[in-house]
Design a protein around this ligand. Sequence first.
Ligand code: SAM
Length: 211
Amino acid sequence: MTNEISVEQLIDLSIEENILPDHKFHYRWHELAEWQFDALCRSGLEPGHRLLDIGCGPLRLGLRAIPYLEDGNYFGVEAFPPYIRLGQRVLRECGVDKRSTILQSTMFEFEKFKATFHFAIAQSVFTHMSDDQVRHCVTKLQSVMEPGGRLLFTYIVGRDPSGFLYGGVQPMVRLGVPDASWFDGLASDLGLRFECSEIPHPTQEVGLLIF
Ligand SMILES: C[S@@+](CC[C@H](N)C(=O)[O-])C[C@H]1O[C@@H](n2cnc3c(N)ncnc32)[C@H](O)[C@@H]1O
């Protein structure tokens, strides 16, 4: 068994789950799986840490992170049920048998995991939310992040917010912040620290919030 999946396998599984192959998502699977895993490891993720993957999708990062982390230390929350089903199939296809916990929710109900987290990640997720949702998400994180815990997230500068339907079904908003100081303001309102990350991302900006 291998933890790798080919784009062809991924597309076959997606079609079986009625998910249209997406030129950005499916064809950049490996690049952005590797980016997320590498960025977390460079930020200090270790196997004994608990990781919360916000907007985990069909486990693009999970497939890399679940085998790396100690059993049970990966937690994902996802809005779109077909992605959760696809993620479970991806894990089975690749023979990943370590435990992980996935919650379907759009409301940032992190307390339902009954766990605290050393790291959280939201890769290409705040770009699918309104600014009120981002604020709500970070506020809800406060009670579940370990002291010193880190949220690594990506964002886009300077795009006008607009609405769209994810997978043609799930209503979402595309957030573009005027500049990184938007996150500075959020951090100072909530008593957190914001840093622009030096880790380069292929298409977005990268930020860190430290709890
Ligand atoms: C571009 S995808 C990124 C998926 C994943 N982070 C990755 O990089 O592989 C954005 C994901 O965020 C999810 N999402 C958007 N709003 C959400 C919310 N309020 N709660 C949980 N997930 C959400 C979407 O359903 C989608 O799976």
